[in-house]
Design a binder for this molecule. Structure first.
Ligand SMILES: [Zn+2]
Ligand SMILES: [Zn+2]
Length: 302
């Protein structure tokens, strides 16, 4: 029986010849009929792939033949079977475009100087013990947080990941430097980099959620500190961890509750628009009214 699945994964490890890895990963993806995106850099690999469960398992087995990839934590979720248009494997200067390729240091253990990884249970323990001293810090683009976020989280004013450095350097968050910061993002990769960047900028106690929101939501679907839906960078656009997920998003036209994003219908506009079903059914509502139309991080994966 067909069982479409999606895997998210990343690994920070020095890669001397990214181009050779690109060829290898392209061949594996084609061999197992996978679609999705893989980014390779001198810092490691970052991927989201969709395919049949058995094919994905075979892909994972082959990928783990490269020793440093043995430790990769592959995160599974259900797919629809048409979540990605094609397979894309690219070499880039950074796994996630923070603009920190010169600052970021990688060794065989991963990112040097990043925040301490906390399992979902440890996150809850920390909050129970330290209360208000703990601050959740969203490591994603601000639009992603519109439909789901951790309780009382700080949502930086970030349209794309490139904005984080300026945001941190602005001084806006200096009052949090003595707090216990817990960064979070979809699958954890953005926090690997963000948490190191925060520590480099004087944040004293920085944690990151191991496996990101995906892993936390599997452990505490809607009875922990996470609220709402998770934005995803694939055809699904949004996923819930249980039927009890709160709807936090608001329709940009009428203000009604919704969690559904749509692509702005203006070809040159790369903005996403949050609409309720009723407003979506009216063809006058399908273009956004956003001022800036920056290129979104369409290739971001975790
Ligand atoms: Zn509406
Ligand atoms: Zn638009």
């Amino acid at each position: 029986m067909a069982q479409p699945k999606i895997i998210l994964f990343y690994c920070f490890t020095p890669i001397k010849d990214p181009e050779a890895f690109r060829l290898w990963q392209t061949a594996l993806g084609e061999q197992f009929n996978l679609k999705g995106r893989i980014i390779i850099s001198e810092h490691g690999i970052n991927g989201t792939l969709g395919g049949e469960m058995d094919d994905l398992k075979r892909y994972i087995r082959k990928t783990k033949e490269f020793k440093p990839f043995k430790k990769i934590d592959f995160k599974w979720s259900s797919g629809a079977g048409n979540d990605f248009p094609r397979l894309s494997v690219k070499v880039k200067p950074e796994l996630v475009a923070f603009g920190l390729d010169q600052e970021l240091k990688i060794d065989k253990h991963g990112v040097v100087g990043g925040g301490k990884h906390l399992a979902p249970e440890e996150v809850n323990k920390l909050v129970k013990k330290r209360g208000d001293e703990v601050v959740f810090f969203d490591g994603r683009n601000s639009y992603e947080a519109k439909i789901g976020r951790f309780k009382n989280a700080v949502i930086p004013n970030v349209e794309t990941t490139k904005d984080f450095v300026a945001e941190l350097d602005s001084g806006k968050y200096d009052h949090l430097k003595e707090k216990a910061i817990v960064t979070y993002c979809t699958g954890g990769i953005r926090c690997e980099i963000l948490s190191a960047a925060m520590k480099n900028r004087g944040f004293k106690e920085v944690y990151q959620i191991a496996g990101g929101i995906v892993r936390y939501g599997e452990t505490f679907p809607d009875d922990g500190y996470w609220e709402g839906s998770l934005y995803t960078f694939d055809g699904r656009m949004t996923m819930d961890f249980s039927k009890n997920a709160k709807v936090l998003g608001e329709c940009e036209k009428c203000g009604n509750k919704t969690k559904q994003f749509y692509n702005c219908e203006v070809q040159s506009c790369h903005s996403l628009i949050l609409l309720c079903e009723k407003c979506f059914s009216n063809s006058n509502n399908l273009s956004c009214t956003h001022e800036k139309n920056k290129q979104l991080d369409s290739e971001m994966v975790g």
